[in-house]
Write a protein that binds this ligand. Sequence first.
Ligand SMILES: C[S@@+](CC[C@H](N)C(=O)[O-])C[C@H]1O[C@@H](n2cnc3c(N)ncnc32)[C@H](O)[C@@H]1O
Length: 362
Amino acid sequence: MTAASADRAGTAAAGAHDLSAFPGLARGLDLAVLRAIAAGVHAAAGPGPWTAEGVADAFAAADRHRWIPGHWIAALADEGMLTAQGSAHRLTAPPRRRDLAGVRRDLDRARAGLGYPPELSAFLLRTLRELPRLLRDEVSLQALFFPGGDTAVAEAVYRDNPLSRYLNAAAADAARHVRPADPSGLRVLELGAGIGATTADLLPVLDGRTAEYRFTDLSPFFLDLARDRFPQPYLRYEVLDFATDLPGQEGPFDLVVAANTAHNAPHVPRLLGQVADLLAPDGRLLLIETCHEPHQSLTSMPFLLSGRTPRQDLRAGTERTYLTRHEWCEALHTAGLRVLLDLPHPTEPLDALAQRLLLAAR
Ligand SMILES: C[S@@+](CC[C@H](N)C(=O)[O-])C[C@H]1O[C@@H](n2cnc3c(N)ncnc32)[C@H](O)[C@@H]1O
């Protein structure tokens, strides 16, 4: 296994897209969402000056979500869309009706250029429309992400786009080279497996040499979906909360997979240390992770963060969801794990999208 072969597999799977346009398109998507948030706050709280408390009051935000308007204000101020006025902020340029029509157009154009299906724009527009009810806790983010139990938005976000295709195919290339500690076959543990967006790429390269693939998640909803989707006889489905349940698990595992989920751990270095303890001597940890919060997530991720166990690691006391690339590598190192793969290369256009594949060994 080499970085070059994983990168080649990923690039081939990403498909024929003009990747060089991706950084600009990702930025366009982020700014479109931010402009729409500004318009939503303007509609609820007027032209300002805005304070985090005042905007939370204007929306009648539920207690657990009251921090979110302040998080938006910080992002808007960072981008120069707000001007400081004492301890408050005022919109640098109030939104005009014609700008709002432009937001929808820009958002969908960027979405299409980045190769995401239309479900992504529909979801983002749905969250933007529902911001007041989300803040008041009258509708859950999960209900908007999985409307009526439908997984099409999740497929769009975690599978059916060039970035996910790149990461999942590179992950499969890495998994192809994992060797079993026991001749009966590989033992694999997947954490927070969700809709199985990464699992679906891994299983074809594990078929025929895997004794056990434990597909686990906090939510039984995903296990039921996976039972239908992945009928392979070596799969086991299990509710497992990786924030609490790992120390009791019976290792060793040749491969532990955590795709877009490890950031949910209240203490990432502790999680990685517990995973390291479960790995066979030649075992591998495969992580797919985000390394900064893109503005396009500002209408979704904060609502998932509200009310969770407070972060106890280097994110404690901050509003951060993710670790940076450097922090992920440091946390792996602290857990006694060596980084073997860290893709995409920082010089590649896909790097601008802030999601990475990290493969580590004991
Ligand atoms: C963004 S989704 C992951 C996507 C998934 N890996 C996929 O490819 O479809 C995050 C998943 O992590 C799960 N999760 C969050 N916190 C968890 C925890 N403490 N223990 C186990 N699973 C968790 C959620 O239920 C959800 O399915």
